[in-house]
Ligand binder design. Sequence first.
Ligand code: GLU
Length: 549
Amino acid sequence: MDYKALADILFPHVTQTPEEVEARYPARDLPEGAKVTRMAPSPTGFMHLGNLYGAITDERLAHQSGGVFYLRIEDTDQKREVEGGVEKILEVFSEYGLPFDEGATLDGDNGAYGPYRQRQRAGMYQVFGKWLVEQGKAYPCFCSEEELAAIREKQAAAKENFGYYGKYALHRDLSMEEIEAKLAQSGGVFVLRFRSEGDTERRVKFTDLVKGNMEFPENDQDIVLLKSDGIPTYHFAHVVDDHLMRTTHVVRGEEWLPTLPVHVQLFQAMGWRLPKYIHTAQLMKMDGGSKRKLSKRKDPELALDYYREQGYTVACLKEYLMTLLNSNFEEWRIANPAAPLDAFPFNVKKMGVSGSLFDLDKLIDISKNVVSRLTAEEAYDLLAAWAQRYDTEFAALLTRDPAYSKAILAIGRGGKKPRKDIAVWGEAKAYMDFFFDELFQPEYAWPENATGAAAKQILEAYAGDFALPEDSGAWFDGVKALAASLGYAADMKLYKQNPTEYPGNVGDVSMVLRVAVTGRQNSPDLFEVMKLLGADRVKARFNRAIASL
Ligand code: GLU
């Protein structure tokens, strides 16, 4: 067979040579050891935790080594693409502070190794497809869906592996005349298949930087390189792009491991150096006592949108993912509580080999810590931004008097043991709504020892000549005096010795006041609350509570 002639028949429009394409993608001018990584999402409109997990790895590997982190849009599957998919990808990475050094942007490309959208690279894959045909390493296939289905049936009946290989590869050895006839019939349409020389009896050895040394059977399938519209499959695009764009480290989900023998084989066929691979562990969750993969259908928490809607801080989600990514991160965090996340020395050797367990409760816990360490100012900015998007009514109240809102958020903040009431911004309203008269809807649950008439008596006595106390010492002294005057135990020790002698204690008295002012039993420091509300509003709340009794 004259492969050169075949290549010209199949790709008459392809005039560029591989050398010409290569010349446009010279070796990158980077310091020794600098890593080049890429994020290669498909614009399906669905961005998930796994994307972020991989992107953090990519970004850290590149930027810690003085290398390049770039974005390539894998849009070869038009059926899965959604309108706005690329915008969504860009938005997510900018939100999570993972800056690309080059790649696709909203209005074109940034960088010398583009185009960064695969469909725009179609001509290039065809150059290399043609080149493989010239060497007898690829061939056209004209099999229809029906023929492929018939092959499958035969394989099922014979209990043999499925796929297009060996004796089942019907068009692998067509003659030039047969090919010409089929081309005439199909109007020039064909898919380009790889001519595999692999044998499943032989093993291919291979090292993944996380999983270590591995062995797989060789690939014997004549996989599709170019689909009938001339657009490549993932396999071929991966090999061509990561070679030309000079990727040194391919970080991707471990669902790609089974096809790794194909990729190794293709790199060899092209005569190109294999990049280093890191196949990241699947994110798992506990479900009824057993571990399973996070699923798009069952687990809303797989989608990155979920975290934005709930109001998780970006810092928190990244922090949490880092605990899953590097086993020594938590230890480092304890030793460096205030250090920025990027100060952590990310290490591939500390990555987990098998499924990472995603634990929402732990994320919530970390989240509470992260939020508690924010300044009131930072908390206000983040909360207001969240509310503008997800609760505009609350946003209007929050931003009406920013100083007031910041003062609310300042209560219990700072210091060694900051309060940890809020994990996500979606919880903030329920935590602080009583500070806003418009939202104040008290549910008066009086303490057991001071309900009904007793609560009323306490409130009437306290509200009578109410003025804001000087400081929290004075406030509590006042409450004690009130307790004593009504026969409640002002001293907890005495109370514990003889509880039956009193209707209740000073704790019950202050609880009554808390319930009246905040409408709940659980609130931040009551003196601070009253100070912020001001004497008039506090008095009004006492009166409202009294009226309810
Ligand atoms: N487009 C592929 C995906 O979204 C990328 C895999 C890779 O990073 O190579 O799964």
